[in-house]
Ligand binder design. Structure first.
Ligand code: NAD
Length: 498
């Protein structure tokens, strides 16, 4: 790939230039172009969906035995692993995450394909207890064309979480990656082709969500949308889906509480709180952005936390020692800055950060330092809205009842963290916190075998987990009549309705 070239995109198995406008994807650490491509157009959406539908009907993919589909998915996992360093470096350029993080994301994508290959070949259909002269079964069918709409913060891992189970289930998939990070989805399409996925089953349509994502969601042949992104966009998609009576899964935003109880192991809590908010430069849906600390240890804990945060290495994403890279774009950094200014205007005190770093690499990319605010209450705007940057708001609490009320006082309910040495307190609090995931004495740890998703404005449905494949299948009941006699009728009791 050279910069002079315009990258082709994958439309129903054909690699050709999109018919939308030409644009560059940029490396957030320097602002320089990484690749040029033409966005897809609405006509390309039509071609991709029609091609996917034809491939679903005629490629034989849906009819292949589960272990045959699984073998292609295993091969995709192998190819991702074989090219992992190249992919991790490209991903670093695509969205500016530190190389160690992008390596982990690539490894997770390979693991996801492997996991759903296994889920596919071991999925059981059931014979249900019969209540009559018949054998009754519950089976699953693929749905058809699935739209996978993904954000910019964790490319390849986000796409794999949708594409792997959807393909495993026998469907065709059209990916609409974030406009600014399309490169990993395009790589994934190449790998799937190389692994032997039938032509047309996977398309990648880079470009504007309001145009392409919208057209894709509205398309009558799209049978399900799996969306990860902001809550506002998710609600828009849910409205369209309601009109089509189409199922959706929505992985949306968060404003997660991290709670340090008075008996916490402070070394663990400091390390976990830092990782929870500042890894990925805070550009994570599950970022632990609201910190509640027991008042008895608030001062000493905050002193340690601030000192440790000041030591975080913010810099060049290519450097293996870097812990925080730049933010995704100049516009996003400005949005983070506006929130910090708002927090200060609302009475917040800056304990750390709050100003763009300058000099050397900092002058080229969209860097923002770890920032900690205190002196605010949970009801204020910076505690209620998702900032999606390295900004932590710390608040002391007096008792667990007050803590619980505040921790749960959010439109979002994606994740939470609890730091305590007492497993009974952790259990009681962990069950009362309203969130899709609660981490106890750890944070931001994931397993592909554990379902993930949010409550309330954080989303609908669950990804991951062995049964995550069922999201992409319709359930069907089959009854096999075993009657020796014709069905009884009119005044004679039958088995029906028993
Ligand atoms: P976004 O909602 O702006 O965009 C997400 C995707 O939707 C992009 O591909 C975009 O082009 C597309 N899109 C935009 N408008 C659309 C429309 N009208 N119809 C259809 N598609 C449309 O989000 P973003 O800024 O890319 O990502 C950040 C957000 O994603 C944050 O809120 C973050 O919390 C959330 N997120 C959630 C999870 C999770 O698993 N819960 C994971 C990662 C990110």
């Amino acid at each position: 790939m050279t910069l002079e070239q315009t990258l082709p995109i994958c439309i129903a198995g054909d690699w050709r230039l999109g018919r939308g406008e030409r644009y560059a994807t940029c490396y957030p650490a320097t602002g320089e172009a990484v690749a040029w491509l033409n966005a897809a157009s609405v006509d390309d959406v039509e071609d991709a969906v029609q091609g996917a539908h034809q491939a679903f009907l005629h490629s034989g993919w849906a009819q292949r035995k589960p272990h045959e589909r699984a073998s292609v998915l295993y091969r995709i996992a192998e190819l991702i692993r074989a090219r992992s360093e190249e992919l991790a470096q490209l991903q670093r350029q695509d969205n500016g995450k530190p190389i160690n993080e992008t390596r982990a994301l690539v490894a997770s994508a390979a693991g996801t394909f492997q996991f759903f290959a296994a889920a596919c070949e071991t999925l059981e259909e059931t014979i249900t207890p019969s209540r009559g002269d018949f054998v009754s079964m519950s089976v699953y069918e693929p749905m058809g064309v699935i739209a996978a709409i993904t954000p910019w913060n964790s490319p390849i891992a986000s796409e794999a979480q949708k594409v792997a189970p959807a393909l495993a289930a026998g469907n065709a998939v059209v990916i609409k990656p974030a406009e600014i990070t399309p490169l990993m989805a395009l790589q994934l399409a190449q790998i799937c082709e190389e692994a032997g996925l039938p032509k047309g089953l996977l398309s990648v349509l880079p470009g504007k969500g309001s145009l392409l994502g919208d057209a894709l969601t509205r398309h009558p042949l799209v049978k399900r949308v799996s969306f990860t992104g902001g809550t506002k966009t998710g609600k828009h998609i849910a409205h369209i889906a309601a009109d089509k009576m189409m199922p959706v899964s929505l992985e949306l935003g968060g404003k997660s509480p991290t709670i340090v109880l008075d008996d916490a192991d402070l070394d663990h809590a400091v390390a976990g709180v830092l990782y929870g908010i500042f890894s990925s430069s805070g550009e994570a849906c599950i970022a632990g952005s609201r910190l509640f600390v027991a008042r008895a240890l608030y001062e000493p804990f905050m002193a340690r936390l601030v000192a440790a945060a000041a030591e975080l290495r913010v810099g060049d994403p290519a450097d293996e020692r870097t812990q925080m890279g730049p933010l995704i774009s100049a516009a996003h950094r400005e949005s983070v800055e506006r929130y910090v200014a708002l927090g200060v205007a609302e009475g917040g005190r800056l304990l750390l950060g709050g100003e763009r770093p300058s000099g050397s690499v900092y002058d080229q990319g969209y860097y923002y330092p770890p920032t900690i605010l205190e002196g605010l209450s949970n009801s204020q705007q910076v505690c209620q809205e998702e900032i999606f940057g390295p900004v932590l708001v710390a608040m002391p609490f007096d008792d667990e009842a007050q803590l619980l009320e505040q921790a749960n006082d959010s439109l979002y309910a994606l994740a939470a963290g609890i730091w305590t040495r007492d497993y009974k307190r952790a259990w009681a609090l962990g069950r009362k916190i309203q969130a899709g995931t609660v981490w106890i004495n750890t944070y931001k740890q994931f397993s592909i075998s554990t379902p993930f998703g949010g409550w309330r404005d954080s989303g609908l449905g669950r990804e991951k987990g062995r049964l995550g494949i069922l999201q992409y299948m319709e359930q069907k009941s089959l009854y096999w009549g075993m009657n020796e006699q014709p069905l009884a009728w009119a005044g004679v009791q039958t088995e029906v309705g028993l």
